[in-house]
Ligand binder design. Sequence first.
Ligand code: P6P
Length: 333
Amino acid sequence: MKRISLTQYLVEEQRLHNSIPAELRLLIEVVARACKTISHAVSKGALGEVLGSAGSENVQGEVQKKLDVLSNEMLLEANEWGGHLAAMASEEMETIHPIPNRYPKGEYLLLFDPLDGSSNIDVNVSIGTIFSVLKAPEGMSEPTEEAFLQPGAKQVAAGYAVYGPQTVLVLTTGDGVNGFTLDREMGSWVLTHRDMEIPADTKEYAINASNARHWYPPVKRYVDELLAGKTGPRGKDFNTRWIASMVADVHRILTRGGIFMYPADAREPEKPGKLRLMYEANPMSFIVEQAGGAATNGKQRILDIQPKKLHERVAVFLGSKNEVERVTGYHNE
Ligand code: P6P
């Protein structure tokens, strides 16, 4: 089988769709290279003395793992000198990260969750990196947080790397979704999942069922119907999976369908959900929609949401279109 590398794919995409100018290709290749170094560090585990906590907290008030901090630094260092970015933002940093004056600035904004699913690091369960690319507003001299607050529909690229039995990079630049498996011997990303598609129907759902008593009625109704299976209104049995690593759950859905839900619930009524809009929900929603799926916050399309704050949270229902539309319909009744 002829192997197509990430670089060859990006060059051919540019020829076909004129959607990947040289600066964006450089950005994607630099992020992909950083994901290779993160994969290497993650796979060392205890041998690399990178497990455990860093003894600090992030802006979310979550304990940072050593690998969270390491991965964040790897992405910052890889991207700040290339001249393709105006600024960066990360789940692990309270404020935006401007490009140091000693380097040229570019026209793109890069947002990322450097290592999502950190609670799984120490127990050797798949984790991942999520990234989102926006264009900096025209004529912006010094980037501000406001420059980042664009609806997800404005993304020019989004992707994730899942560090599991294989390390796979999944990418969209607006013309479908493609996956690349890391060939560790050659150190190259090889196209292995061309034009990924999410089936419109599914028998598999992902939600943390331990929160069931806190769910609002539309979610309770939807999940109760799934639990009723063949004997209930859905007329078929369902299966459940919850990896507690969004990247791994989304990758399963891109590979074989399913619906992923992290709803708002009564535990903290003022909190719209757990997942972050800018660097978790938006990139994953762009990818899911490009693969023929759907993504809402229960009420509206996630990509249409106008962000108000860099680290704002959002409820997430994404995956197989017919299931996302059903549970969203229950919210809008
Ligand atoms: P819970 C990981 O911390 C994360 O942000 C997502 O990757 C994951 O889907 C979710 O939180 C898991 O949350 O409440 O089940 O631990």
